[in-house]
Write a protein that binds this ligand. Structure first.
Ligand code: HEM
Length: 459
């Protein structure tokens, strides 16, 4: 027990979900993961223990204050859950998202300057330029999968801003490989008998091939940069030129793990958040009209300095991430017998913080299912209880890219909405596909409507 964080001895056993003794709610977890999370948040609004497949003790938290304990105040008693650590390891290796303790601390310190406020501001121009190019190429009535388009755009942005590299030609290989990796990883997590990646099942072999394709792209970029030798002042240069206390540089494998982590964590989530934002805007024309008039009032394409004049646009993006948080659950494993609130939690349980459940709690959010960006205007966000809104997590493992992502969402949304409007191709609601992140099932099929307006977006 970490003395600094040990509370007085917890007294209460965890409430347990009864029924389905053998498999627990595994069937629901496989078929309707989000529905299960939302149902449990209603029946057990704070914490509940259940078992699932071979995981005997799974603890689900839907309370902001208990989430704050796990992620922040008592985080020393927890590491990341093995699901992510084992099943995503072939892709992410020992990069920032999956590493622990000293390795994590060192790498987080090393990468921090790339995410400092001033540096991020300098990325805004690239974000705006790339988005403008995408939006300007859309024609009236064009059908497109907005989820896929956002994936390409955010990948292009992360490639250019963090790695000073053009990755457009690699987007297909990366997109396909990433989807395969997440499907296999999530399929294994929801399986009765998960097969770790080293077992050569057909699924795992497909996974291995997908990772090999990703590796080809990343190692090629590393090779080119090592050969060039110059310090371009981007993240890749930081990684290639970093030296530890003994003066040793990072191996190709270490550079690959960090680069892969940033490339993947840095585009997938933002793309999903944007796809859901366009979905919600299409279903709420009054919100869309208000956002467009804020953007039109600028009279020109938005730049970094204009962002402060677009508070409603940012509120739209934040509210979309409340209803559809890309990282909808966060997993941890206690490394010792410990407590959460007044409940005893056993070492090696799987603790899942339900971001989705917390974001729709009726005691925190009035009329929680309603899409209402006003919730994020003025001082209202500051008045929320700690961890009531946490699309980026909390505590020392909070998303390193959170300011990057918020700015990117803000810029992309404003730049696109000035030129085009996306309408849904079908009236049927889009289903959720909760892989590691919350994706729209089968994509987000929409039709582009080019806007003509006084702001003069179009000639
Ligand atoms: C809307 C977009 C994004 C969302 C919703 C998001 C969400 C998150 C969340 C919830 C975590 C914490 C995971 C945990 O505690 O288990 C995280 C970590 C991380 N994110 Fe993001 N993220 C986004 C964008 C980005 C971007 C743009 C980057 C990089 C350019 C990035 C890089 C990372 C990294 C490296 C970590 C691991 C940090 C650590 O453990 O120290 N993310 N992200």
């Amino acid at each position: 027990m970490t003395a600094a964080t040990a509370p007085s001895m917890p007294v209460r056993p965890l409430p347990r979900l009864s029924g389905q003794p053998l498999l627990g709610p595994l069937v629901s977890f496989r078929n309707d993961r989000v529905g299960l999370l939302l149902r449990l948040a209603k029946t057990h609004p704070d914490i509940v223990e259940t078992s699932m497949g071979i995981v005997r003790r799974m603890v689900l938290i839907s309370s902001p204050s208990l989430a704050n304990e796990v992620l922040s105040t008592r985080q020393g008693s927890f590491v990341k859950a093995p699901g992510l650590a084992i099943f995503l390891r072939p892709v992410l290796g020992d990069g920032l998202l999956t590493s622990e303790h000293a390795v994590h601390e060192r790498q987080r310190r090393l990468l921090a300057p790339a995410f400092a406020h001033k540096r991020i501001a300098s990325y805004a121009t690239t974000m705006a330029e790339r988005t403008e190019r995408f939006a300007a190429a859309l024609s009236e009535g064009e059908s497109l999968d907005v989820a896929e388009a956002m994936m390409r755009l955010t990948f292009e942005i992360v490639g250019k801003t963090l790695f000073d590299t053009e990755v457009v030609g690699d987007a297909d290989a990366v997109g396909g490989a990433l989807t395969t990796a997440m499907e296999v990883a999530m399929g294994q997590l929801g399986s009765v008998l998960p097969l770790p990646p080293m077992i050569p099942s057909p699924q795992n072999l497909r996974y291995k091939r997908a990772v090999a394709r990703l590796d080809d792209v990343v190692y090629r970029i590393i090779r080119e940069r090592r050969a060039e030798g110059a310090d371009r002042g981007d993240v890749l240069s930081m990684l290639l030129h970093a030296r530890d206390e003994e003066g040793a540089s990072m191996t190709d494998r270490q550079v690959r793990d960090e680069a892969m982590t940033l490339a993947l964590a840095g585009h997938e989530t933002t793309a999903n958040a944007l796809a859901w934002t366009f979905y919600l805007l299409a279903r709420h024309p009054e919100v869309r009209a208000r956002m467009e008039s804020e953007i039109d009032a600028l009279g020109h394409a938005p730049t970094y300095d204009d962002l402060k004049k677009l508070p409603y646009t940012l509120a739209v993006f934040k509210e979309a991430m409340r209803l559809y948080p890309p990282a909808y659950i966060l997993g941890r494993r206690p490394i010792e017998d410990t407590s959460i609130g007044e409940y005893r939690v056993r070492r090696n349980s799987i603790v899942l913080v339900s971001v989705m459940g917390i974001h729709r709690r009726p005691d925190v959010w009035s009329d929680p299912e309603r899409f209402d960006p006003e919730r994020f205007l003025g001082e209202r966000e500051k008045q929320l209880p700690r961890c009531a809104y946490m699309p980026f997590g909390a505590g020392p493992r909070i998303c390193i890219g959170n300011h990057f992502a918020l700015m990117e969402g803000h810029v992309v949304l404003a730049t696109i909405a000035r030129r085009v409007r996306f309408d849904l191709a079908s009236a049927a609601p889009v289903e959720l596909d909760p892989l590691v992140t919350l994706r729209p099932k089968g994509g987000m099929h929409m039709r582009a409507r080019v806007r003509e307006h006084a702001g003069g977006a179009r000639a």
